[in-house]
Design a protein around this ligand. Structure first.
Ligand code: 4AD
Ligand code: MG
Length: 465
């Protein structure tokens, strides 16, 4: 069979590029099939877009195979493109021949009805065939392209930072170790595992962030970004934490925290505008089935200025607001989702950038302010999702950085000699941030759980598929 003659459904229903009366060959999966008296209807989706195309068979008796063409089967339909008589679609195919390529019997789990998101998570190998997960995967692809476009058009170079890493960038210790040691008989030296015997002759992890390597690149190439998978072994079973997620990390030499905040705001607004303009089908779908406000939310953000407040101001607001929080508020406290949501949803009703955090609750690499208490870190918070971006101006002074690393109790400082070298040879102010890709997809689509915006989520006790 010649599969190359296939007409993608998107060419017909989205691009409107296939003239009426053309011969078309549709290859796809059956959504529904109905055989009536003297006519059969077979609705097919081929994944190229949200829309299906309906095949109309006016001589069903000549195709006994129709009996076996059930929901979920893969088929080939050849025929003529015609304007539809029915409501709801512009075109249909007057079928001349139909072949069953791969059967699906009545045990196929995706029969035509609404399924719960929880049920669909258990069948991640099939859920991508549903409208919702088709839309999620298509918008992920389009937004990834948009992200590269944004940075490439602005002269940022794309850096491929390593996934295997010996450093714990965030210093939080939430690391997955990668090892080839025999777990039943690991080499022991002085009561500890002797990592010197392991594959890399040192302990190596899945990277929690490509930031350090991007700093290296920024201090050579100027403006850079990385965009890839990161891994965190935090045992948080929440709707916004995954053990594997993608992050976009721009890093700019000759840039201070204000420049970093400006970039974050501009980038997010640009991305939202892209979703509104270039992902219309998906946005309409999410607006109809997932979150009625999906479009308005993005439109309002594109046109609003983000609120910028210091951590100290944020705590004053939280202390005075009279809201009952589960976690304590006040200077020195870490900000929890409930606090982030109060600020963005109730107080300011738009994205908020909080900056200048206490040194103790942020990473050692953030630049110290002159007050001796706070550092130049910033988080971008958005309604519903909370923290979507974390970033900072980096400490570029050798002695200050060393002092901070010691105060934070960073183990094996000698492993970071190369990172400190950046402050020894041609140091320069530089800044960057990390945008959680899956969280921004949640925000754009209105999907409430990170498990439903990733094709194959990895969370504590779940790595199936
Ligand atoms: O705030 P984080 O930990 O910052 C960093 O990793 C910095 N090294 C980034 C940088 O400055 N280059 O993570 C950045 C973002 C968060 O704001 C959040 O959106 C996302 O990554 N994120 C997660 N997303 C899903 N699941 C998790 N477990 C996440 N942890 C962080
Ligand atoms: Mg953070």
């Amino acid at each position: 069979m010649d599969y190359k003659v296939r007409t993608k459904i998107a060419r017909i229903v989205v691009d409107d590029k296939v003239p009426v009366d053309s011969e078309v060959t549709i290859l796809g999966l059956v959504r529904t099939a109905r055989i009536g008296k003297g006519v059969a209807f077979v609705e097919v989706n081929d994944g190229s877009c949200m829309g299906n195309i309906q095949g109309v068979v006016t001589n069903p008796d000549e195709f006994p195979v129709l009996e076996k063409i059930l929901t979920g089967a893969s088929v080939r339909m050849k025929g003529r493109l015609i304007l539809s008589q029915g409501k709801g679609q512009k075109y249909e195919v007057a079928v001349q021949s139909i072949n069953l390529i791969g059967e699906a019997d009545s045990s196929y789990p995706l029969q035509k009805k609404r399924h719960s998101l929880e049920f669909l998570r258990e069948i991640a190998h099939l859920r991508v065939r549903t409208n919702t997960f088709g839309a999620v995967n298509r918008i992920r692809s389009k937004l990834s392209y948009a992200i590269h476009t944004y940075f490439q058009e602005r002269g940022f170079y794309y850096i491929h930072t390593p996934i295997l890493s010996a450093s714990d960038c965030e210093g939080a210790g939430d690391l997955f170790t990668v090892t080839t040691l025999d777990l039943l008989k690991p080499p022991i030296k002085e009561g500890q595992v002797d990592w010197n015997e392991d594959f890399f002759a040192q302990q190596v992890y899945l990277s929690v962030s490509g930031q350090f390597e991007s700093e290296v690149a920024a201090l050579a190439l100027g403006d850079v970004y990385n965009f890839g998978p990161t891994f965190r072994a935090e045992n948080s079973n929440t709707a916004r934490h995954a053990s594997e997620f993608w992050m976009i990390e721009p890093e700019m030499a000759w840039a201070e925290l204000e420049d970093d905040m400006d970039l974050a705001e501009d980038f997010l607004k640009w991305l939202f505008q892209f979703a509104l303009e270039k992902c219309s089908d998906e946005m309409d779908f999410f607006g109809k089935w997932v979150d009625k406000e999906a479009r308005q939310t993005l439109e309002s953000v594109v046109n609003a200025e983000f609120e910028r407040i210091t951590y100290t101001e944020a705590q004053e607001i939280l202390v005075k607001c009279g809201e009952k929080f589960e976690y304590p508020v006040g200077w020195g406290q870490d900000m929890q989702t409930e606090h982030e949501r109060y600020l963005t949803e109730k107080k300011f009703k738009r994205p908020v950038i909080v900056y200048d955090y206490p040194a103790e609750i942020k990473s050692f690499y953030m630049r110290a302010n002159d007050d001796g208490k706070t550092v130049r870190g910033m988080d971008v918070l958005v309604p519903r999702v909370g923290e979507i971006i974390g970033g900072s101006q980096r400490e570029e002074r050798y002695d200050v950085l060393l002092d901070q690393a010691k105060r934070h109790g960073i183990p094996n400082i000698e492993n970071y000699d190369w990172y400190f070298d950046l402050r020894k040879y041609g140091s320069a102010p530089h800044s960057g941030f990390g945008l959680g890709y899956d969280r921004v997809v949640m925000y754009i689509t209105g999907m409430a759980n990170i498990r439903d915006v990733q094709p194959f989520p990895r969370v504590p006790r779940w790595a199936k598929f």
